[in-house]
Design a protein around this ligand. Structure first.
Ligand code: HEC
Ligand code: HEC
Ligand code: HEC
Ligand code: HEC
Length: 125
């Protein structure tokens, strides 16, 4: 009996170990970002997997934190204030798409195609 309990414990611990390796929270597959310009439907997991963008390119303060927990809240990190989310989002999202488009590579919507991102209903003021 004691041997059985010990071996069950070993199985449980090995199981937990394996779990912690694969259990990174990758967040929602698709994220809706409401905007007066029109809601942005952001294909999150497509950017992670198919496009292969590193988490840290966007989550520059660590994965799993909402951008809007700092952007739009005047949060200060290392003496620098987080700009409004619109500014950060346009720089991050549109910025990457524009660089790729300039290089003639497949890219997402750019400045020329606001509706490519702002495709949803307008948020009421
Ligand atoms: C690559 C995607 C993308 C493109 C292209 C884009 N935007 Fe945005 N925009 C965003 C995201 C993401 C936000 C942040 C949404 C939020 O705050 O929830 C945003 C926010 C905004 C906001 C402020 C939030 C609001 O309530 O409206 C305005 C205004 C805006 N965009 C205008 C534009 C205009 C004008 C263009 C075209 C010249 C454009 N955007 C193109 C992604 C994009
Ligand atoms: C192209 C940019 C981009 C990439 C790459 C990216 N994310 Fe995100 N992620 C976002 C945005 C934007 C949000 C929505 C944040 C918000 O609502 O303020 C988000 C939200 C999340 C959330 C939910 C946060 C919450 O509290 O609601 C998690 C978890 C997350 N991402 C994890 C990851 C992980 C892990 C990776 C890498 C495997 C990753 N993300 C790659 C942009 C990105
Ligand atoms: C813990 C707070 C925090 C979180 C969470 C955060 N940011 Fe930031 N971010 C900042 C601060 C502070 C700055 C200003 C830093 C600087 O100027 O060097 C900044 C700057 C930026 C910039 C550069 C803006 C510019 O005009 O140069 C971009 C782009 C950006 N963030 C995107 C994002 C995105 C996208 C997310 C979510 C996936 C996110 N940030 C989450 C605090 C945060
Ligand atoms: C580091 C580069 C990079 C960043 C950062 C990035 N994207 Fe993209 N995005 C791409 C590429 C590349 C594609 C095009 C993939 C294709 O067509 O094969 C794309 C495609 C898209 C599309 C079109 C999806 C479709 O089904 O056609 C949308 C919408 C989009 N991105 C929104 C965003 C938003 C919103 C953000 C910021 C939260 C963002 N992207 C950040 C590289 C990026």
């Amino acid at each position: 009996m004691k041997k059985l309990i010990v071996s069950m414990l070993v199985v449980t611990l090995v199981g937990l170990g394996a779990f912690s390796v694969v259990a990174q929270d990758k967040g929602p597959e698709v994220i809706k970002l409401p905007a007066k310009m029109g809601e942005v439907t952001f294909p999150h997991s497509m950017h992670q997997d198919k496009i292969g963008v590193d988490c840290a390119v966007c989550h520059h303060q660590g994965a799993g934190t909402k951008c809007t927990s700092c952007h739009g809240q005047n949060t200060v990190v290392d003496g620098k204030t987080a700009p409004k989310f619109m500014k950060a989002a346009h720089k991050n999202c549109r910025g990457c798409h524009e660089e790729l488009a300039k290089a003639g590579k497949p890219a997402g919507p750019t400045k020329k195609n606001c509706k490519g991102c702002h495709s949803g209903p307008k948020k009421k003021k």
